[in-house]
Design a protein around this ligand. Sequence first.
Ligand SMILES: *Cc1c(COP(=O)(O)O)cnc(C)c1O
Length: 419
Amino acid sequence: MDHFNSRNGVMFAEDVDLRTIADAVGTPVYVYSSATLERHFNVFHEAFAPLDPLVCFAVKANSNQAVLATLAKAGAGADVVSGGELKRALAAGIAPEKIVFSGVGKTADEMRLALEAGILQFNIESEPELEALNAVAASLGVVAPVSVRVNPDVDAKTHAKISTGKAENKFGISWQKVDMLYERMRTMANIKATGVDVHIGSQLTELEPFRAAFARVVELVKSLRAAGHDIHHIDLGGGLGIPYDPDVAAPPAPAAYGALIRDVLAGLDCRIILEPGRLIAGNAGILLTRVLYEKIGDNRTFYILDGAMNDLMRPAMYDAFHHIVPVEDQAGDSFAADFVGPVCESSDVFGTGRATKRLKAGDLVAIKSAGAYGAVMSSTYNSRPLVAEVLVKGDAYAVVRPRVEVEDLIAMDKVPDWI
Ligand SMILES: *Cc1c(COP(=O)(O)O)cnc(C)c1O
């Protein structure tokens, strides 16, 4: 459920008319709803309430300071995958003891930053990375808390580019080899094994892959404990899917996911960490854009928008579906049209053959479910300004990232004096 609703034929974000934001801030612009962010966080947290989990928002889904601060206030921790995300999480007021650090390629500088901040745990993805962390921790005279990310070799049944838990993916340590790594940790003076971590992919629309992966992790926790390791954290990653297409059955609700986890983990006395990203932020945001032209081709009609693939990459990168709706209800019959951006790439397409009423230049269009993996992936390709972001709360809204204009981008370039 989100808080983008139609009132008298016009789409609002909470109590703000989207036309007001478009006129004041310009388009394209991301619009986020505070109430939706909070609702998604609370529904997710409540699905696990008896287990009192630590819910670490995956910062890579949306790293705007205002979004992070909103979630921090609701009680969220953070899952970060770079030193930059760690700095963003700390700057937004997320306590270091609620931060976990994931990712396959942490640098020594990033490890130092995280150790100095005192984060909850490092999710380690290879033996060389473990050796590097031990060395950095030794140089600082501290002990690094570590979970090993296990690759459970299960098929997440999601898009190949967002699947991470198969043996051929670059992520995690194969579950047959993981014992070795925990034995190695026992001999390291500056590493302490505290838990086990898993994350099998994103936008999962079935629960079975989760069940298979988590069951494997539970077995692993038991065998590690039997071998004398003090395992008291279990990090189950993120990945639960969200509804993007109103014509496709919605993925399982957080309550069903919570019930599955309670079932699989029954009796395992472990602190549970979860890392949802998309589920919290995805449907809490839209990309608001305007029709530039209606182009009538030989056998199809194109709506050329002022938003493009550089503002929202997901359709070009993952063939992702985003529902596209006009902000103002239109009269007349529906027909099929393509919604595209102005960038000089054939992949700059938001949707093909979409049923729509006739639109005209200047009409506003909302590209829905764009709050996760939207603005964070935006670029300035084609020397387009970096897209703006707005956060709504009730009847108030604020620009939470101003548009970065091309003059600012030009000023960042330096021309050497030999030219
Ligand atoms: C991307 C990622 C997440 C978040 O995934 P969602 O599908 O957005 O919930 C969580 N943990 C790790 C390690 C990730 O890489």
